[in-house]
Write a protein that binds this ligand. Structure first.
Ligand code: NAG
Ligand code: NAG
Length: 378
């Protein structure tokens, strides 16, 4: 009797103690001013007059013989701009110099809260798992989303500009402006946020010691076309009162079924977290969708840090629902990410089963987090 009570108490402590550690997750809001000066694609599409024009853009993009992206990038331009970047800095108690900082960049239809789903005690809360592993983490709203600046959705809210914003955040933290001097900075991305993190490793190879790219795969154009069709872009200002006043280049998903099919794999996700994320739905811009597909993504030929790719086995956005499909002779679309990293000191992949695109919403999130935090290490 006593023995079984002890066993029960022990098992109970295993369950409870990790969450006790999360219970007082120490986060504070920061708004960081950044200045970017960067050359990016010039897109010759005017702000769409109405939804009919947006739907036509999608139809032209999906037309089988079209070269939509190449046809509409007509050169380069310099974006010289100041933005305010809002985020949350979460840290283990008493974190001092020498610490590791993760910088987390979210994907489309989301904002910084993707990294803190379900509250402090939730096994889906990525920030809590990072802090519990002894890391600080800055989860922020990309330009165009949440409480960060919302500039031109065609010429400014683009992958290249966003990579420069992320670079400026790295500089801010490395310079000790958050009152801690971080020794290691790790880039963590999801979906578009992973492509932005890749772009930083291309343009500023010294920024990140390591990168963790989630919800990413490449060289699978059919998947990207289907994903684009699935989003069914809809003018954000016409759907949500909170987006009134944004230009017609800011879009949301067509509706909840569109959101579900892209974000998660049925039934292995939390309906509540998908619902909360949809209620808080973030935007995607015309500039982001075009530059995501622009042939500007080369290789991170000078990045010598380590790379971990974590993509759900049933990712719909970039694997067309099956990441075991071979896309480039011998590689899957997840393995193909290695081609971007010819001199990385390590390249690893983790492809969790029963998991769709937005890993953090799935029942297997905590297991994926354990792999990620152990990769990042102390
Ligand atoms: C949308 O804008 C286009 C271009 O200005 C115009 O031709 C079309 O009639 C408009 N459609 C609607 C439904 O207002
Ligand atoms: C850093 O410390 C200064 C002085 O105490 C304080 O005003 C500032 O808010 C701190 N910055 C951050 C990011 O915590």
């Amino acid at each position: 009797m006593l023995t079984s009570q002890r066993i029960f108490a022990y098992l109970w402590s295993l369950l409870v103690f990790p969450y006790l550690a999360f219970a007082s997750l120490d986060c504070h809001s920061l708004t960081i001013p950044v200045h970017v000066n960067v050359e990016v694609p010039l897109i010759d599409i005017p702000v769409p007059a109405n939804q009919s024009v947006v739907t036509n853009i999608l139809q032209e993009f999906l037309t089988i013989t079209a070269n939509f992206v190449e046809d509409h990038i007509i050169g380069t331009q310099t974006v010289d701009a100041h933005y305010q970047i809002f985020g949350q800095l979460c840290s283990p108690h008493g974190v001092g110099s020498g610490a590791t900082l993760e910088i987390a960049t979210h994907g489309v239809g989301l904002d910084h809260t993707y990294w803190a789903l379900g509250g402090d005690n939730s096994p889906n809360n990525y920030a809590a798992s990072a802090v519990n592993a002894g890391h600080s983490i800055f989860l922020y709203d990309r330009i165009g989303t949440g409480q960060s600046s919302k500039p031109d959705g065609i010429q400014q809210v683009q992958v290249g500009v966003e990579a420069e914003v992320t670079h400026e955040l790295v500089e801010f933290f490395r310079a000790g402006h958050a009152n801690v001097s971080y020794d290691r900075v790790v880039g963590v991305g999801h979906s578009l946020g992973s492509f932005i993190t890749v772009a930083v490793t291309e343009s500023h190879p010294g920024d990140f010691d390591d990168v963790v790219l989630t919800g990413i795969a490449i060289d699978n154009l059919p998947s990207v076309l289907i994903a684009g069709a699935t989003i069914m872009p809809t003018i954000a200002a016409e759907v949500f009162p909170r987006y009134h006043g944004l230009p017609n280049s800011y879009w949301v998903f067509g509706g909840f079924p569109n959101y579900q099919i892209l974000m998660v794999k049925f039934p292995f996700f939390s309906q509540a977290l998908l619902g909360i994320s949809f209620a808080n739905e973030g935007v995607v811009t015309l500039g982001e969708l075009i530059t995501l597909l622009a042939p500007t993504m080369t290789t991170a030929s000078a990045y010598t840090g380590r790379v971990l790719v974590v993509t759900g086995a049933e990712d719909f956005a970039f694997c067309n629902g099956d990441c075991s499909q071979i896309v480039t002779g011998t590689q899957t679309a997840v393995q193909a990410v290695q081609n971007l990293y010819p001199v990385a000191s390590a390249f690893q992949t983790f492809v969790p089963e029963n998991t769709g695109h937005s890993i953090n919403m799935h029942n297997g999130a905590a297991a994926a987090y354990a792999v990620i935090e152990s990769f990042i290490g102390a």
